[in-house]
Design a protein around this ligand. Structure first.
Ligand code: TGC
Ligand code: FAD
Length: 391
């Protein structure tokens, strides 16, 4: 059983309702019982622990903010954030699976799908009966997905989809993919592509040093015939995929702090127990400086995401505010994880402790859902009014 004690230096729990605390505790207990004991082994073997999916669905981790009438949790954004924080305290890759399912697959179907698409897919996705992935990035179009070349052509009641997507979380096992592609007029639209459609394949990406317990793959479309009823009718243009990213980035802003909190807690306990020169290393000023700065940065991050949750609940959080929080949380977490690893000395590099796994995971988290640089430029554009992405 994990001895985890979440840092709460500014008593943020007092700003959280009893209902939210219950949700937090149920996810925390599940992470302690089901995830923490097995995750290192799966990460070492580079295998996704598929057996966790049903438990995750039962806990309501898939689509917590989707209304109950479609099978979702009908919860607010504070609850969603708390859930992602607890989950990522266990592992960023497992949080990724939940982020993708809820924010990148269920959200676009809920926000832009037909009533039939919502009734058909959302309850099954919420229950984990169907798993999904989100295809935006292409080999030559990562930070600039607007350059995408995946496209579809008209073919009677169907369209013909050609192209490929790269770096897609959950792709190797997903039953459906929400894919963003150009329509015959060149506008970006979303399509729901099902596993088993002729010409659709999902080769797995191997040899990752990061997110090893998460399955990543490509989506390859070779003249795939997709019925027109699978096109998301209510959005066209880059606003479609980019609005989904707001949802997922918000979850990451909470989640990355969870990984940082786990590393801080591990380092604090280790420093109090480990003795050198006749006393616990926590008694040396250099180690205290590290721990004090780690906790300060965690606390600042916690306050930021709590406020963001309030704004999100009021539908007032801007994409640029979400960018700032995602960037800050991940950068903070990476710093903290590196300091924590040093506090553990040689033990910090082993799988006996979660630190090196969190560190390697965060190297993906700082890149996906918009890189550290891209989020800085989004903030820069917001405060200056000048777009640094174009000429
Ligand atoms: P731009 O010309 O500025 O805007 C095009 C249209 O989109 C709208 N828009 C947004 N709408 C909602 N939310 C946002 N965050 C939005 N950002 C832009 C904008 O208002 C406009 O709408 P309209 O109606 O006027 O047409 O867009 P751009 O193409 O120049 O984009 C610039 C940039 C760099 C900000 C964007 O491309 C970007 O964010 N790039 C980063 C790419 C990225 O984050 N990819 C993530 C892929 S998915 C992933 O990584 C999943 S990891 C999953 C996991 O395992 O957790
Ligand atoms: P590039 O865009 O080539 O960037 C390379 C470097 O150049 C970065 O440092 C970047 O910051 C910098 N750069 C780029 N443009 C600028 C600029 N204008 N100014 C300054 N610097 C710039 N995508 C999906 O669609 N779905 C998924 O499920 C998904 N899951 C992922 C899982 C993993 C493990 C990983 C690693 C990625 C995943 N991605 C997914 C893709 C991810 O979103 C992209 O990797 C990310 O958007 C960056 O794109 P890129 O890797 O092509 O890097």
């Amino acid at each position: 059983m994990s001895q985890y004690r979440a840092p709460d230096y500014y008593l943020l729990d007092e700003l959280i309702s009893d209902e939210h605390l219950l949700i937090r505790d149920s996810v925390r207990q599940w992470v302690n019982k089901e995830l923490v004991p097995i995750i290192e082994d799966y990460a070492q073997r580079a295998e996704f622990p598929r057996h966790l999916l049903s438990g995750m669905a039962q806990l309501g981790l898939f689509g917590p903010t989707i209304p109950e009438e479609y099978g979702g949790g009908g919860l607010d954004y504070l609850a969603y954030g708390i859930m992602m924080q607890e989950l990522e305290r266990g592992d960023s890759g497992i949080r990724s699976t939940a982020s993708v399912q809820g924010s990148l697959v269920m959200y676009p179907i809920y926000a832009y799908g037909s009533e039939e698409q919502k009734r058909n897919y959302l309850p099954k996705l919420a229950g984990g009966e169907l798993m999904g992935c989100f295809g935006l990035t292409e080999a030559n179009h990562g930070s600039n997905p607007a350059g995408m070349t995946t496209r579809f052509e008209d073919d009677g009641d169907s369209v013909r989809l050609n192209g490929s997507k790269m770096w897609i979380s959950n792709a190797p096992f997903a039953d459906i993919a929400v894919v963003w592609a150009r329509n015959p007029e060149g506008k970006v639209q979303g399509l729901i592509v099902e596993r088993g459609m002729d010409g659709f394949s999902t080769p797995e990406t191997h040899n990752k040093w990061s997110l090893r317990a998460s399955a990543t793959g490509e989506l390859v479309f070779d003249n795939v015939r997709v019925p027109k009823t699978h096109i998301l009718p209510d959005v066209s243009g880059m606003r479609g995929p980019l609005s989904c990213l707001n949802q997922a980035r918000y979850g990451i802003a909470w989640g990355a702090l969870g990984a940082a909190m786990d590393c801080y807690d591990t380092a604090l306990r280790y420093a109090k127990e480990r003795e050198q020169f006749g006393k616990p290393i926590a008694g040396f000023q250099l180690q205290q400086k590290k721990l004090a700065e780690m906790l300060t940065e965690i606390t600042k991050g916690q306050l930021l995401v709590w406020r963001l949750a309030m704004l999100k609940n009021e539908d007032r959080a801007t994409p640029a505010q979400i960018s700032m929080a995602k960037r800050n949380s991940v950068a903070t977490a990476l710093e903290i994880v590196r300091e924590a690893r040093q506090i553990l000395g040689g033990m910090g590099i082993t799988g006996e402790y979660p630190i090196m796994r969190h560190m390697m995971n965060l190297e993906s988290v700082v890149t996906y859902e918009g890189t550290h640089d891209i989020h800085l430029l989004i903030t820069g554009m917001d405060i200056t009014g000048i777009n640094a992405f174009v000429g």
